[in-house]
Design a protein around this ligand. Structure first.
Ligand SMILES: NC(=O)c1ccc[n+]([C@@H]2O[C@H](COP(=O)([O-])OP(=O)(O)OC[C@H]3O[C@@H](n4cnc5c(N)ncnc54)[C@H](O)[C@@H]3O)[C@@H](O)[C@H]2O)c1
Length: 444
């Protein structure tokens, strides 16, 4: 079976490579010529565990192709997956569907035989139905169906998540579309993942509801961490205590600097916008959006307070820039909220991230780049842990502290145990726990 995937980003490239691994003939299309040239030269444009091996082996086997030529990729494809971006629309919080609509009209012009056009991008409720009408209007003669098949993979474990999903959701109105997608996903469903067929609207809502709920847990634990800082208690212990309740569970109960990435921030905004427009407001999701914005907006003040009120003239080491570990994605990363005010306040900022290594993002103008965490911390007045990279867990904290001008650590991921920190000279600020000072512990 020939499959086309439109958009070769995090979702499109991972989906395309995994589908090729199942033996399908996959054409990944991207309008970004540099990206396609890189892929055809064997360069993988994103950092994702296991992706390079999968792409290289399937490309070499001749089952995975990269092109900017959408019509030739779509011709005779039995399924066309739309995996283009759906960012927040300028001027309001709704999802911007311009890329999806553009892709749909290009696909419509290119249809030859029967094809299922599948929305894998995260799209607001009503989109599949509207795309169906859009394509029908452009091509009254074409034989096609539309299906809504939201993707739930997480960056950092995207390949694993695609191959072993908790469930596959397919919204459709046609048996033929269902059968095509059943065949495509058979290698996955064979190993036990449920394939759930729904109507268009339910499929689209499931994706937003899942992300809205997970974001709500994060906003909840972040606010609870703030409360611990005021009234005492250790957020890790509190989270463990509530997580053991089987009705709650442990996942997504770890405090942080505010959620970022390419999904939660834009999807919570878009869900709230959809609900407002439908006059069925989701006030819980509105509160999540506002709490997270406030949290990220307060990062600078948190750092300034830890440094005695001012960061001017201070040298600050940032450990981690990616919005979370195991990815190079900077979209809505907390560092974008923290670093510009630091540099504007004339702090000297030096950053280190294991995979984000260039300074192409405007928000990082004026930032120095270190090759290791130790280089970043040298002579610093404070080190800020922004991303929970595993390699930071094993740092020699005594060596790190001794190389600094002032051994202050602001750990926005609670990477370290109080017991470990107590053996170091660090003045340690973390989330939802009391500040630890070496004099309290006698560490030198
Ligand atoms: N990144 C994630 O973790 C994740 C997880 C689940 C769902 N999603 C959803 O999947 C969608 C894609 O997200 P992403 O992170 O892969 O985005 P991305 O920005 O990494 O990739 C999108 C790609 O589409 C290309 N593109 C845009 N319009 C095109 C067109 N008309 N023709 C050809 N190529 C085109 C862009 O050049 C880009 O390379 C979004 O709706 C997102 O919400 C993302």
């Amino acid at each position: 079976m020939k499959i086309a995937v439109i958009g070769a980003g995090y979702v499109g490239l991972v989906s395309g490579a995994c589908l090729a691994e199942f033996g399908f003939d996959v054409f990944c299309v991207d309008q970004n010529e540099t990206r396609v040239a890189d892929l055809n030269a064997g360069r993988i444009p994103i950092h994702e565990a296991g992706l390079d091996t999968l792409v290289h082996s399937n490309w070499r086997a001749g089952r995975l192709h990269f092109t900017t030529d959408l019509p030739s990729a779509v011709a005779q494809a039995e399924a066309v997956f739309i995996a283009v971006s759906t960012p927040t629309r300028r001027g309001d919080d709704a999802a911007d569907l311009a890329y999806v609509q553009q892709a749909a009209s290009e696909i419509a012009q290119a249809l030859t035989g029967y094809s299922v056009i599948v929305t894998k991008s995260t799209v607001p409720v009503g989109t599949a139905r509207r795309l169906k009408a859009q394509i029908r209007e452009l091509r009254p003669d074409a034989e096609f169906d539309v299906a809504a098949n939201p993707e739930f993979l997480r960056e950092g474990s995207a390949v694993e998540d695609f191959l072993h999903p908790d469930r596959i959701i397919v919204g459709s109105e046609s048996k033929r579309a269902q059968e095509t997608l059943r065949k495509i996903y058979q290698p996955i469903t064979m190993t036990g993942a449920p394939l759930i067929f729904t109507d268009f609207e339910s499929a689209e809502l499931i994706k937003y509801a899942a992300n809205g709920y997970l974001a709500m847990r994060l906003a909840f634990i972040n606010q609870l961490a703030d409360l611990c800082e005021k009234v005492g208690g250790d957020i890790a212990v509190v989270a463990k205590g509530i997580g053991h309740d089987k009705r709650i569970g442990h996942h997504y109960l770890h405090p942080g600097p505010g959620f970022g990435g390419s999904c939660f921030p834009k999807d919570t905004r878009a869900l709230a916008a959809t609900a407002r427009e439908a006059k069925a407001p989701l006030s819980l999701i509105e509160a999540v959006v506002s709490a997270n914005d406030k949290r990220k907006g307060a990062l600078f003040a948190r750092v300034a307070t830890a440094l005695g009120g001012s960061v001017t003239g201070k040298r600050i080491a940032i450990l981690g820039l990616a919005f979370k570990a195991e990815t190079d994605d900077l979209r809505d990363a907390p560092g974008l909220d923290l670093i510009p005010p630091l540099t504007a306040a004339k702090a000297s900022v030096v950053a280190y991230d294991p995979v984000v290594r260039n300074n192409s993002n405007n928000a990082f103008a004026g930032v120095g780049w270190a090759k290791t965490a130790y280089d970043a911390a040298k002579d610093a007045d404070a080190v800020i842990v922004l991303t929970e990279w595993n390699e930071f867990r094993g740092l020699d904290l005594i060596r790190l502290a001794r190389s600094m001008r002032e051994p202050v650590m602001i750990d926005l991921r609670n990477l370290y145990s109080i017991a470990d920190i107590a053996k170091t000279p660090f003045i340690y600020h973390s989330l939802g726990r009391q500040t630890l000072r070496p004099l309290m512990t006698g560490a030198v």
